[in-house]
Design a protein around this ligand. Sequence first.
Ligand code: GDP
Length: 316
Amino acid sequence: MGFFDKIVQGLKKTRDALTGQVAALFQPGRALGEEDYEALETALLRADVGPVATDRLLASVRATLKDPSYEGSAAEALRAAVERLLADAEVHVPSVSAAAVSPQAATSAPGRPHVTLVIGVNGTGKTTTIAKLASHYRQRGESVLLVACDTFRAAAADQLEVWAKRAGVEIHRQTEGADPAAVAFDGIARAKSRDFDRVLVDTAGRLHVKTNLMAELEKIRRVIDKALPGAPHETLLVLDATIGQNGLSQAREFDKALKLSALALTKLDGTAKGGVVLAIAETLHLPIRWVGVGEGMDDLIPFDASEYAKGLVGAP
Ligand code: GDP
């Protein structure tokens, strides 16, 4: 199954929630009245697009449909508005390395090995996402090293090790209770000396001692930069799409402490709240780099605004 089919399938619940109630409005040639816009607003909010992005999409659809020369349907206008909103979010991103901007881009010097610091709350799908990323890069012929910095729970490193084996990549781990920043430093040193292309650093995600967690993550980041100046090249937050709007506050907190460069949104397949992609893009101006659409190794796909827009509103 290609990426587009996967995102269409992954967005099914969201698409049904969004378009189910407003299917009639999407008929070609249909002029929208105030009640129709209200129905569309409700549908967007139900899909967890959030109030800010919803207002923007509605304004954009209104402007398009008001243009007498426009011949498309409301669905096409909405699809274009969704794409524009996502494109604007990308434009606002500060400096993200070229390799990070395109997940398909080959890794090459400078900044080799390419280091991604992966953060996120436990249960969001962080470990699975790291495994899927490892497998993705491995299949492209890159050598990948996983670094297990969640030394708080031995089970975390054990689980990562199982995934590393499955993905066919190496893992760097130390004993339970080791200083996570020291593990990160040693991991990067190993990757440099053994000439790895890519390093994926797993971190702890316990929420109950939040301040300590943020301080720990900041320290890991500082130490990675010390081990390899300019790294990490990507600070990727893994966010669970099923929590919808609540993910926004989670992302904001991590961004405040760590200056995120991108997001991986998991479990898009299990939710009708896939509109949260738009809420995130509009309010946080953070690019969504990856979306998880299932539990299998190949169920992480590079995010594509145009495919997402088609998957959300329906195929042309
Ligand atoms: P962690 O605690 O953040 O490391 O979370 P895990 O990686 O262990 O994942 C938690 C659960 O979410 C597991 O059962 C995963 O299989 C599941 N999961 C992760 N990503 C996805 C996804 O994209 N779709 C679905 N349906 N399940 C996912």
